[in-house]
Design a protein around this ligand. Structure first.
Ligand code: ZN
Ligand code: ZN
Length: 267
């Protein structure tokens, strides 16, 4: 399994999860031409995609999904609430998902789970294949137990670390927006992300990408300091933590099994 972070934040989100020839574009929140170039950098085109997976309908996650899906006949896997907001002309392209069920897409199992966010039926996802397990949860106000259980025993966890409370409350956002961001249907703080990882105890993810960092109310330094402090305190200082970039493809992760499989090619 391989995962790329193409873009992450309120200016647009886009990731790619690939396993044994099944390629899922997770989020579609950057302009169409940029996603084409980002995919090209990973050696893929739109026609190689097995599907588009959307967590929710906010524009920073869904902006190009309708056009891309209809132009290249790529199905969209999302909740009914998300699909309804997209208003696809060809409803056969929409593949409705329900939280708690498991769906087989090519070589991957897709397990959606409900997250608390101010949108209709927002989801997070766990991806499993013969070569790896990854989970993504961004845009959530807090981490309920049905979400937390998917953070355990994964090889890679992509989790939101949206804001530092001090930067948010002393920053320039209007009061209502500060309330929205920090509310139970808003976004996850650095400390909340750290506590959620620490709660995995003896079954933590092997690697973590902190994602959807606010450009106004956070920085990679703040996020890493807070999360690493919590993990060290919890005896999980060995967990590898990185931060995603807002607009650049900076992170690529390959599962250990996939790396082993690649080895004979170079022997
Ligand atoms: Zn978002
Ligand atoms: Zn959102």
């Amino acid at each position: 399994m391989q995962v790329w972070s193409f873009a992450s934040g309120s200016d647009g989100n886009c990731y790619l999860v690939e396993s044994e020839g099944t390629s899922l574009l997770v989020e579609c929140g950057r302009p169409y031409s940029q996603i084409r170039d980002l995919l090209d950098g990973a050696g893929l085109s739109f026609d190689d995609l097995s599907g588009i997976v959307l967590t929710h309908a906010h524009g920073d996650h869904s902006r190009s999904a309708r056009y891309l899906s209809q132009t290249h006949r790529v199905p969209i896997y999302a909740s009914r609430g998300t699909l309804g907001a997209l208003a696809l002309e060809d409803i056969a392209l929409g593949k409705p998902l329900e939280s708690g069920k498991t769906y087989v897409v090519g070589q991957m199992d897709l397990r959606p789970f409900a997250v608390p966010h101010d949108c209709r039926e927002p989801l997070g996802f766990r991806f499993e294949s013969g070569s790896g397990r990854a989970a993504i949860a961004t845009d959530l106000g807090w981490v309920p137990s049905n979400v937390a259980k998917h953070f355990r025993d994964v090889d890679l966890l992509i989790v939101e670390a949206n804001y530092d409370p001090h930067l948010l409350h002393t920053g320039t956002y209007p009061y209502f927006l500060k309330q929205r961001v920090s509310g139970t249907y808003g976004h996850l703080s650095n400390a909340a992300a750290g506590e959620a990882i620490a709660a995995c105890r003896d079954r933590p993810p092997s690697a973590v990408w902190l994602a959807h960092l606010s450009e106004h109310n956070n920085s990679p330094k703040h996020a890493l300091q807070t999360v690493n402090r919590i993990l060290r305190r919890s005896g999980l200082g060995h967990v590898q933590i990185k931060t995603t970039h807002h607009r650049r493809s900076t992170l690529r992760w390959t599962s250990a099994v996939a790396r082993e499989r690649q080895l004979p090619l170079f022997a």
